[in-house]
Design a protein around this ligand. Sequence first.
Ligand code: AMP
Length: 225
Amino acid sequence: MNTPATLTLALSKGRIFDETLPLLRAAGIEVLEDPETSRKLILATSQPGVRVVLVRATDVPTYVQYGGADLGVTGLDTLIEHGSQGLYQPLDLNIARCRVSVAVRADFDYASAVRQGSRLRVATKYVAIAREFFAAKGVHVDLIKLYGSMELAPLTGLADAIVDLVSTGNTLRANDLVEVERIMDISSRLVVNQASFKLKQAPIRRLIEAFAQAAGAPQGESAAS
Ligand code: AMP
């Protein structure tokens, strides 16, 4: 019997899920349940051979790397922090765009602290990105790993600066913080399990092509490192 290959796509709820839906639609795939109202973690789609699993954003690369999902959509920030071992990265989907920036309290003179070679305390969820950025600048930093509400760190004296995602800048402004350095632009990437890519080549290639067209993105051959 010729059963269609089952493809499992890992997505995180929120912006990535919402912005991936039009790409799936362009590939002829409708997700049949709304994660905001359903408690299900495995969502069926209009194509019997395709399902969506909902995982935490930071777990998407792990699911794909170890084959819990064949494909996933993950931010470049998450991908850099996780490392891209075992992941094929064929496509920049150009969704969930934002940037990783350094921000400080409005009354903190970041430029002179850097000029004077002061040691900075930096709170962030993005330890790998921050470490590499400050090392390249020759700035000595003590990195403090946080899992959320980074904006609070400079306000409470926990840190001099934060490294965080910025989109409109509203969250920084609301907390009297200013963006002082833009480290990198971020968008979400399609990642594919390398074994799945070989074993389920036809359906995965079809999906990549439909996503690439809908995202207006050139297909790269960015292999896993
Ligand atoms: P904003 O106020 O628009 O600058 O958004 C900043 C807040 O939203 C921060 O708490 C970020 O962590 C979060 N954020 C912004 N863009 C993204 C994104 N693409 N993915 C996940 N979180 C984001």
